[in-house]
Every structure is written in structure tokens, then in C-alpha cells.
Design a protein around this ligand. Structure first.
Ligand code: HEC
Ligand code: HEC
Length: 396
């Protein structure tokens, strides 16, 4: 009896052990199978947290211009909760039809220009090309009329204009577009909006860290409804973005930012620290000819998205608003460096200081009229190096 009980207990223990062992195996197998799933769930949670933090940052920093719901404020700033930002096409069939017509027109034009095309055929081609132009213009007029409520707020469904990134010729992703805009702001946008989009990154003198910017990007990306955008969403946008009348400098600025993606010095304004700037530009080669063009507004400055105003205040050999350009380097060397506050400065450092910290020292007989944002917004290191190289030739 006792023996049987003992055997029974042992058998029981074996059974229990076996069962737990099998359970462990099953659990481990399950865990292994679900590894991917748990990773995804974890990432989803991370992303949700990031979006949540982005929403908080958006509420405190962005809504005054972009609206509580991110749909923009009329006359103030464009909607981001906006199918246009994500390139949604409400008329894909029309887009396809127009693209086919354009292809046909291209082929016909090529045929027209081929030697041996008869005059009769050329007449036919001309008639068909006119028909194509008319059809495209009718299709565009119709889709414009179909979304008139949005068109009134700046939307344009034709061409590639329904897609903000294509409209601007942006080659990168929407993530990069948003992040770049956040980091640097749009210094030139004050030309066509009451207030420019500010720079937000600490690296560009703004208040936010990179991880916070990434959270905001995730929040904005979360507005994207992919294929599920509706016309109601489109009509809910209060303000669509603007393509400036003369978009060239603007696009040059944006393209400059993309092109120099790998080189932060090209995107970054030089700042206001004279000694640090002197070190930075000593590593570059200043081109006096380019500097001359920049100074006299003959070519765009990379960050300004337009030309610099130096020449409009500094006459070449006469005093307009500021000291004349001729002799700038000579005065720097022979006169300004004798001013006690510039003890230990090189002439280059004096010139840098005059440009990025114009209020530090006011040339006698003049007033403090130099713009204050050359260092913080308008000049990158290369442009400043070129301007300094040019001013060094003003040594007569
Ligand atoms: C002082 C007003 C103002 C504030 C505050 C502001 N923005 Fe802007 N933002 C603008 C303006 C104006 C534009 C349009 C710039 C342009 O057309 O180049 C813009 C453009 C943008 C764009 C690009 C949209 C496009 O279609 O080109 C993004 C993205 C953006 N802002 C995000 C933000 C975020 C995120 C914040 C808060 C961290 C913010 N903005 C705060 C005024 C503001
Ligand atoms: C709105 C008019 C204005 C513009 C625009 C302007 N300046 Fe000036 N600049 C002045 C005035 C006024 C002074 C003299 C007062 C002072 O020292 O700040 C001055 C002084 C200077 C000096 C010191 C000259 C000396 O004899 O010591 C330099 C160098 C200079 N500017 C360079 C530039 C450059 C480079 C730009 C363009 C990136 C520029 N300025 C744009 C008005 C202007």
C-alpha cells in the first residue's frame, strides 16, 4: 500500500515535471514565434508615445500660426493637417488622362519635326495638338470648379500643384521636408506671410531639441490618411500653402538646404561668435569674385533665398547710408583696430564683427542701421568667407 502510494507519488511528480517541461517548451516556442509581433507592438507603443509628446509640443509652439487642429489659419500660416502636404490626388483619373495626352502631344511634335512628314500630315498634327491643348485646359477648368471651396483658400488641383512636395520640386520624403522646415524655419517666408516660419532647432538658434523635433514630425505625419482623405478633409483646411510669385529664390533656398543635407555648415547660419566664425571660415577658401556678386546683390545668398542688401547702403566710393565700400579693409587695419575694444583682433575679425554684431561698434558719424540678422539667418560660412575675401580687396 505504502509502496504503491510512493510509486504513485513518483509517477505524479514525473507527470507534473513532464507537463511543466512541455508547457515551458510551448511557451518558448510561442515566445519565439511572437518575437516579431512583440517588437512591432513595442515600436507601436514607442511611436504612440512620440506622437503624444509631439502633440503637446505642437499645442504649445505651433497652434498660434497653424491652428489648434493643424488646419492652418487664414492669412497666417498653411494647414499641415492637409491632404496637399501628403500629395493626395483627388483626381487620379484626370491626372492619368492628361499625362497620356501630354505623351501623345510629345510624340506628335517629334513626328512633326521629322524630315519626310508630309504637309497634309503636318496639318493633321497641328489640328490634333490644338485639340489636346483644349482638352487639357477643359479638364483642368472642370477639376478646379469641382473643388472651388478649397481653391478659394489657395488650393490648386492642376498640374502637380495638388502635391506640395512636387510643386516645390522637393526630391526627398515628407519626413525630411517637415524636419528640414522645422530645423531651419523659412527665413524668406516673411516676404509673403505676415510672419516667417521660425527656426525651431537649437542648432539653428531655436528652442527645441532634435528628439523633440522628431516627435513633432511624427505627430504631423500622423495626420496623413493615405488613400482615405476625403473632400471634406480638403474643405476643412483653412489655408493652403503659397507658392511665391517668384518662386526661384525660394526654391533655390529649399534646394540649397536639400543639396547640402550632408554639410551642416552650408545650411547653418554662421552665428555671432566672432572668434569661432574666424576659425570656421579660415578652413574655407573665400572667393572675392563671388563675394563681389553677393555684396552687390548680383547673386543669391544660399540661406537668404534672395540677394543681400549690402550694396544698397554701402556705395562703392560714396557715402550713402553706410561707409563706402572702397577702402573698407584699409580703414579696418589702420583705424578700427586702434579702437580699444578691438585689441587683439585681426582686420578680418573686425569685418566679421561689423557684419554679424553690427551694434557692437558704430562707425563714428553713422547710425546703427545695419540689419541684425546676417549672422543668425542670412549668411552661411561660405557666403561670409566670400564677402570677407571681397572686402579684403578694398584696400586702396
Ligand atoms: C509665427 C508663425 C508660425 C509659427 C509659430 C509656426 N509656423 Fe510653421 N509656418 C509658418 C508659415 C508662415 C509657413 C509657410 C512658410 C512658407 O510658405 O514657406 C509655415 C510653414 C510650415 C511648414 C511647411 C508647410 C509647407 O507646406 O511648406 C511646416 C511643416 C511647419 N510650418 C511646421 C510648424 C511647426 C511644427 C511649428 C511649431 C513647432 C510651426 N510651424 C510654428 C508660420 C509659423
Ligand atoms: C540698411 C543699411 C545697411 C545694410 C543693408 C548693410 N549695412 Fe553695413 N553698415 C551700415 C551702416 C550705417 C554702417 C555704419 C554703422 C555701424 O558701424 O554699424 C555699416 C558698417 C559696416 C561695416 C564697417 C565699415 C567700416 O568702415 O568700419 C562693414 C564691414 C559693413 N557694414 C558690411 C556690410 C555688409 C557685408 C553688408 C551686407 C551683408 C552690409 N554691411 C549691409 C549700413 C548697412
Amino acid at each position: 500500500m505504502f509502496e504503491r502510494m510512493l510509486v504513485g507519488k513518483i509517477e505524479n511528480r514525473i507527470t507534473v515535471g513532464l507537463i511543466s517541461f512541455m508547457l515551458i517548451i510551448v511557451f518558448l516556442g510561442w515566445a519565439a514565434i511572437n518575437e516579431g509581433g512583440r517588437m512591432a507592438a513595442f515600436q507601436q507603443m514607442e511611436n504612440a508615445r512620440s506622437i503624444e509628446q509631439g502633440a503637446t509640443l505642437f499645442a504649445s509652439n505651433c497652434t498660434s500660426c497653424h491652428g489648434m487642429d493643424g488646419r492652418g489659419l487664414a492669412g497666417k500660416a498653411p494647414g499641415l493637417n492637409n491632404p496637399m502636404l501628403f500629395g493626395h490626388d483627388f483626381f487620379p483619373d484626370v491626372t492619368k488622362q492628361i499625362s497620356d495626352l501630354n505623351d501623345e502631344a510629345k510624340n506628335l511634335t517629334a513626328e512633326n519635326n521629322t524630315a519626310g512628314t508630309t504637309d497634309a500630315r503636318k496639318t493633321e498634327i497641328t489640328a490634333r495638338l490644338a485639340e489636346i491643348t483644349k482638352t487639357i485646359s477643359d479638364l483642368d477648368a472642370k477639376r478646379t470648379a469641382d473643388v472651388q471651396a478649397a481653391v478659394a483658400k489657395g488650393y490648386d488641383p492642376t498640374g502637380v500643384k495638388y502635391d506640395r512636395l512636387q510643386e516645390l520640386g522637393w526630391g526627398g520624403t515628407v519626413d525630411n521636408f517637415i524636419l528640414t522646415t522645422l530645423i531651419h524655419g523659412r527665413p524668406v517666408s516673411g516676404n509673403y506671410w505676415p510672419q516667417a516660419m521660425p527656426a525651431w532647432s537649437q542648432t539653428a538658434g531655436g528652442p527645441l531639441r532634435t528628439d523633440q523635433l522628431q516627435n513633432i514630425v511624427n505627430y504631423i505625419k500622423n495626420f496623413d490618411k493615405g488613400d482615405n482623405w476625403t473632400l471634406d478633409d480638403l474643405y476643412a483646411v483653412n489655408q493652403f500653402p503659397i507658392l511665391p510669385k517668384d518662386p526661384a529664390p525660394y526654391i533655390a533656398q529649399i534646394n540649397g538646404l536639400i543639396a547640402s543635407g550632408g554639410d551642416p555648415n552650408k545650411i547653418k547660419p554662421v552665428g555671432k561668435d566672432v572668434k569661432a566664425i574666424a576659425v570656421e571660415i579660415a578652413k574655407l577658401t573665400g572667393d572675392p569674385a563671388k563675394g563681389e556678386q553677393l555684396y552687390h546683390g548680383k547673386t543669391n545668398a544660399a540661406l537668404a533665398g534672395g540677394v543681400l542688401p549690402c550694396g544698397s547702403c554701402h556705395g562703392q566710393s560714396s557715402t550713402v547710408v553706410g561707409p563706402m565700400t572702397d577702402g573698407t579693409y584699409t580703414r579696418a587695419t589702420n583705424e578700427r583696430l586702434k579702437v580699444p575694444q578691438f585689441t587683439g583682433f585681426t582686420p578680418e575679425e573686425y569685418l566679421i564683427d561689423s557684419i554679424v554684431n553690427p551694434s557692437d561698434y558704430i562707425v563714428p558719424g553713422f547710425t546703427d542701421l545695419m540689419p541684425k540678422n546676417f549672422g543668425t539667418e542670412l549668411l552661411n560660412a561660405q557666403d561670409l568667407a566670400d564677402i570677407i575675401a571681397y572686402l579684403k580687396t578694398m584696400n586702396q
